[in-house]
Design a protein around this ligand. Structure first.
Ligand code: RTP
Ligand code: MG
Length: 140
């Protein structure tokens, strides 16, 4: 297996799957040149999501977020490449899709659907520590 200097966890969230944007999102990742090391479709359990979002526990958006993320299948991707953590977050754009820059996944494909910034199509780990922790949750 090829060695990747860095890996991140990408999720295509339930809104991305429901809107048939999986191919579009993966195409952007591939065109950027990152390597899909592993990929699967999975409907997350509550336990997985509570762990995944543990840093947000207690915040007002935590419960609705966990509910939304478990509302349908997501596509989980182990993505590899030099500086891929930072690079994928740049591809994704700002958390709020209304103001995410055009050219980004969230900026081009996302908008506000009335539930604030919850439905923003993708997740990407935000640090090497988060990536390691999150990859263990989703890929064991
Ligand atoms: P992500 O973790 O999904 O890559 O997004 P992020 O780092 O840009 O955002 P983060 O602050 O980690 O928040 C995680 C996810 O929670 C939802 N969220 N809702 N005020 C709100 O209603 C609110 N804030 C955050 C979003 O789905 C966000 O991606
Ligand atoms: Mg985050």
């Amino acid at each position: 297996m090829t060695h990747h200097p860095e890996e991140t966890l990408v999720l295509v969230k339930p809104d991305g799957v429901q809107r048939n944007l999986v191919g579009e999102i993966i195409a952007r990742i591939e065109r950027k040149g990152y390597t899909i090391v592993d990929l699967k479709m999975v409907t997350a359990t509550r336990g997985m999501l509570e762990k995944h979002y543990e840093e947000h526990e207690g915040k007002p958006f935590f419960e609705p977020l966990v509910e939304f993320m478990g509302s349908g299948p997501v596509v989980a991707i182990r993505l590899g490449g030099d500086r891929v953590i930072e690079g994928f977050r740049a591809l994704a754009g700002k958390t709020d899709p209304t103001v995410a820059a055009p050219g980004t996944i969230r900026g081009d494909l996302g908008r506000d659907w009335g539930a604030g910034v919850q439905k923003n199509l993708v997740h990407g780990s935000d640090s090497t520590l988060s990536a390691e922790r999150e990859l263990a949750i989703w890929f064991g």
